[in-house]
Every structure is written in C-alpha cells, then in structure tokens.
Design a protein around this ligand. Structure first.
Ligand SMILES: NC(=O)c1ccc[n+]([C@@H]2O[C@H](COP(=O)([O-])OP(=O)(O)OC[C@H]3O[C@@H](n4cnc5c(N)ncnc54)[C@H](O)[C@@H]3O)[C@@H](O)[C@H]2O)c1
Length: 358
C-alpha cells in the first residue's frame, strides 16, 4: 500500500493506493467515526463490491443506498432521496458516508456529506480510473441541474481516499481508456514521471498491470494534490486542471452527454489546445506532435467523428462557467507545463477546432 498526504490550510487527509483496500478492515473501520455508516453505490457496483465493503466494517449500523447507474442520476432527486434516508435513520454529524463508485457516486455522495447537518464524515472509495486519478481527490462535489452540469455543489474534503486498484479489473474497456485522458493531462501539465510511464509502459497499461497502474495512480494523485494544495478553491493555479475541458464541455453539451465519455471529449479538447499552442508559438510543433502521439497510442480519440460545426462548438464554449468575461479563457500546453491564456480571436479558434473535425 502506498500513501500520499493532501495538506490544505484547514484540512489534512491521506490518499491510500493499493490492491485489496476494500478488504482492509483496520483502515476502513478506523476512518468511520460514529455508530452509523451509509454506503452509497450504484446498481452496477453493488453486486461487485458492496458485500466486500460491508464485511470490512464493524460499526453498529451499516446501511446501503443503491442508485441507478448513470450521469443522469447525479441530480437533486437522488440527493434529496439520500438525505431523506439519513434523516429517517437518524444519522448524526459524526457518522460516515462511504462513496463507493465512479465520479458520479463520488460527486453526489460528497455533496450529500457536505450538506447533511452542515457536514458529516465522508470517505471516498473510487472504483473507476477517472475517479481514482482525478475526481475523488481535491474536494469538488456537485450534482447536475437541467440547465447544466455540476451547477450545484460545494468544496468538501473527505476524511480519506482509499483507492483499491483491484476494482479496475471489472471496469469496462471504454471507461478504462477514457480515464487515461485525465492521466495524460498530468503529463501535459508537467509530470515527467507520468509522461515516462505513458510513453514506455503501453503494453503493461493494455494488460492492466497492477504495479504499473498503482504507479500511474500514485503520480496522478500526487500531481493533483500538489495543484489543489496550492489553490484549494480554484482562485488561480487549480484552473490549470481544466486543460482541454473548455473544448470538451462544449462537445459533451452539444451531444447531450450521450456520445462522448468525458475523457474522450477531454482528449479531443487537449488536441485542440495543442493546435492553438502551436499556432501561438507556445509549444514547438515537434513537442506537440509527441503529445499527440502519446494520446493516440493510448487509443484516445483525437477527432470529432460526429457532425458538429466549429462555430457551434465555439458558441457552446462561451457558456463554460470557467470563462470569466467575453474572452475565451483557455489552458494551453507550453514547452514546460501549461499556461492560462485569454483568447478573443474567434477565427483562430475556429481554425484549431476545425483541424479536429472529421
Ligand atoms: N469532482 C471532481 O473533481 C470531478 C473531476 C472529474 C469528473 N468529475 C465527475 O465525475 C463523473 C464521471 O466519472 P466516471 O467517469 O467515473 O463516471 P461514472 O461514475 O458514471 O462511472 C462510469 C461507469 O463505470 C462504471 N464503473 C465504475 N467503476 C467500475 C468498476 N470498478 N467496475 C465496473 N464498472 C464500474 C459505473 O457504474 C459507470 O457505468 C462526472 O459526473 C464528472 O462530472 C468530477
């Protein structure tokens, strides 16, 4: 088992990474304060991992709340139903919610924990690659609104994050590949350890080699923790984690969140960002090419293979909540790491988008 610390001004917590952590009684029980525990999960994960987690707990009352699987259930209806359950079972503030699942469960469970009695205990048990390298770390929690994704939420840090790498063995291949977009993002943000692993360990990645995945998750969490520790509430540097995301959110919104997985849209978005960086002279064409090859080798898509126009994509980008004013606020890869750029040239933006259209 490996361990990382996330040190924030008002919180300190550990991220544990290893095989079989869902069976680790000492760790799981140790972090669950109070008499009551609620395990929040979904219908796909419950038959796979719920019994195992229950077996590792020794609290007086162990409850489960299982929601249907899908992004569309990360909403106020699920949120409200979970709160009703906590109230009915007389949960108290020092009791614990375990979020067992991908980013949907983590975000929803996190927001419930943030708001129930102004904050109850939360432990993240991420099971998808995306959740293990990104969403479970850093304290962003949210539910979606009909008008947009993640519009209602809070910054709320867990007591601990327990990453059981064994859970990746059941992750569907498309979800697995998609999770690598966020991993590759850390390489573009300057993590040399990740860049090296992604360039040289492709066959180990393909066969889901446990040691390689543990390294990849460790360095990803390390990079994310470093950025979050410097800027917990996204006043500055944390915005760098949005590399590729302004383009990606537009692609996801225009296709009603049904066509691309999040990581797939992020990969295309990162390629668009690379195109713009080359045009603006922020990165040499050769360096950009190396990153494009890395994304392609991971089998991530780089091209929009559905009919969308550059002007529609640009229009949808305007609505991204990360755009603070009239300009497009974008994270762009540079020779070492990334920079934040305000871009107002619509024609240039359309050109770099068009390069990735079919
Ligand atoms: N809080 C943050 O900082 C942050 C960052 C990035 C993304 N997110 C959010 O995360 C969500 C996306 O997360 P996701 O990609 O994990 O989606 P997800 O939670 O929907 O999981 C993807 C699919 O994989 C299944 N799954 C997960 N783990 C599995 C396993 N071990 N075995 C078998 N199936 C498994 C799920 O049931 C689901 O069908 C979005 O809602 C996004 O907004 C949050």
């Amino acid at each position: 088992m490996r361990q990382l610390a996330l040190d924030l001004s008002a919180h300190h917590y550990n991220i544990y990474i290893g095989e079989g952590l869902l069976d680790n009684r000492e760790l799981l029980t140790g972090y669950c304060a109070g008499d009551n525990v609620l395990i929040l999960t979904n219908e796909t994960l419950a038959p796979l991992y719920l019994a195992q987690v229950k077996e590792s707990l020794q609290q007086k009352n162990i409850y489960e709340f299982v929601i249907a699987d899908g992004e569309q259930y990360k909403n106020l209806t699920s949120y409200s139903a979970i709160l009703d359950f906590l109230i009915k079972k007389e949960f108290r503030r020092n009791d614990t919610l375990l979020a067992l699942g991908g980013g949907v469960i983590g975000d929803l469970g996190g927001f419930v924990a943030a708001s129930y009695q102004r904050g109850m205990g939360l432990i993240q048990l991420p099971t998808s690659l995306l959740a293990q390298v990104d969403s479970s770390v850093g304290g962003k929690t949210a539910v979606n609104h009909a008008q947009g994704k993640n519009l209602i939420g809070a910054f709320y840090q867990p007591k601990a994050v327990l990453i059981d790498t064994n859970t990746l063995s059941s992750l569907p291949q498309r979800e697995y590949v998609s999770g690598f977009a966020e991993v590759a993002k850390y390489a573009l943000l300057g993590s040399k350890s990740i860049e090296k692993l992604l360039r040289h360990e492709l066959s180990a990645i393909q066969r889901r080699d446990s040691k390689t995945l543990s390294d990849i998750i460790f360095y990803s969490c390390e990079k994310k923790a470093q950025v979050v520790a410097a800027d917990e509430k996204e006043q500055g540097e944390r915005a760098l984690l949005n590399l590729g995301h302004t383009f990606a959110h537009a692609l996801e919104k225009l296709t009603h969140y049904k066509y691309f997985l999040h990581g797939e849209a992020v990969a295309i978005g990162m390629q668009m960002a690379l195109n713009l960086s080359v045009d603006k002279g922020l990165i040499k064409p050769d360096s950009a090419e190396l990153f494009s090859t890395m994304l392609a080798d991971l089998k991530l898509p780089l091209v929009v293979d559905i009919a969308l126009s550059a002007s529609d994509i640009l229009e949808a980008m305007k609505l991204d909540k990360k755009n603070l004013n009239q300009n497009y606020r974008l994270v762009l890869p540079a020779e070492s790491g990334c920079v934040i750029v305000e871009e107002s040239d619509r024609e240039l933006l359309q050109q770099v988008i068009r390069k990735q259209l079919k």
